[in-house]
Design a binder for this molecule. Sequence first.
Ligand code: PFF
Length: 443
Amino acid sequence: MEARSREGWGTRLGFILAAVGSAVGLGNMWRFPYITADRGGAAFVLLYIVMVFVVGVPIMLAEFGVGRRARLSPIGALRTVGGPRLAGLGYLYVATGFLILAYYSVIAGWTMRYTLEALLSGFTRSPSEYFEHTATGTGAVLYHIVFMAITISIVVGGVKRGIERASLVLMPVLFLLIIGLAIWAAFLAGSGAGYSFYLRTDPAKLLSPDTLSAAAGQAFFSLSLGMGAMLTYASYLSRDENLPASAATIAVSDFGVAFLAGLVVFPVIFAFGLSQEIGESALGALFISLPRAFIGMGAAGRIVGLVFFAALFVGALTSAISLLEVVTSSLIDNWRLDRGRAALGAGLVIMLIGLPCALNQDILGLFDQIAGEFLLVVGAFALALFVGWRMSDPLGEVRRGFASEGLLRGWLWIVRIVAPIILAVVIYQKGRATWELLRTTLF
Ligand code: PFF
């Protein structure tokens, strides 16, 4: 467990783009537009922004602080700064990483298949049949395996030559694709109706604790918090990096992409009169309604479909890389495996755990609920309490390079009081929903 030979980022931009790559993914381009439309439009967006900046950014900073101080992946880092009992939280993080990547890779496999379909033949078949055909069975298994193989091959390359290099290429590509799509969508005939559906305000929906927990859960998932991804990436940072500025940059970029995705999805759906389909299912909105619209556009639809699903695939890939890196770096730090074996071994096990998700969408939904919705907030809650009340001199770790002492004190009180209170409400809500789903799926 020595820090001497530890890998590190080559440049500050490399770290930022890798962390933005972890944050920006399926959560932004698929989950965010859907949840916003479902939960009250513009009012929900405001609540979401509050969650991202008042709770998400402070928790990210807490993860950064622990990771950089210990310069180890979650298990070793939490043991180093918090003693042997806290290592248990590190194990929870690694387990959460296993579970999330297992189903995330299955959905990412679908995006890969859709990208290839657009490239090779255009969307020609009935979208709902095509989705059924893609989402479960041997095809889903095959693309899941190929997606994991790509992810493994990048993580095997290491922090600088694998993850950083991939992020430096892929993230600018993703930004260009999504900005291009949003500009194109603005000129569609249905854009006005799409925007007003996306951002119509329904403040009544905001008052339920359910909406609060949806906004918080979405913020944590989207920012990759609560399972040590940001902690691990910060463990490769140099001592002089300005952590608050990095956290703010990552959060702004992540929100920007999510918001832009909504500005693409809704105009497209409205331009083709498919709005009645939006409420039907979250997955359907993306994988069925959009292809239907792309078919309606003829040749242009094929290009736009290609760009859209390619952007989704790129986002999913850079997020999957960070999930696999959490597990890989833990195997390297704790069990002294070499990187190649660690990434390959972890990747193969995750591939196997993901198989039931590729064969059955109910199981996929269950994994998402347990790990993506519930365990992340539990992980963030425990970390906030530790950093706020037990860690020695947390301010010392995040202060470097940052001038405002007032903001830093505000950060500490958010981590101590505000975040734990909000997270306790969210854990209660999500705990109940998770239990309900477990009961109905398994019994
Ligand atoms: N942030 C990713 C997304 O929005 O798709 C998902 C994710 C990646 C969650 C990494 C958690 C994580 F550690």
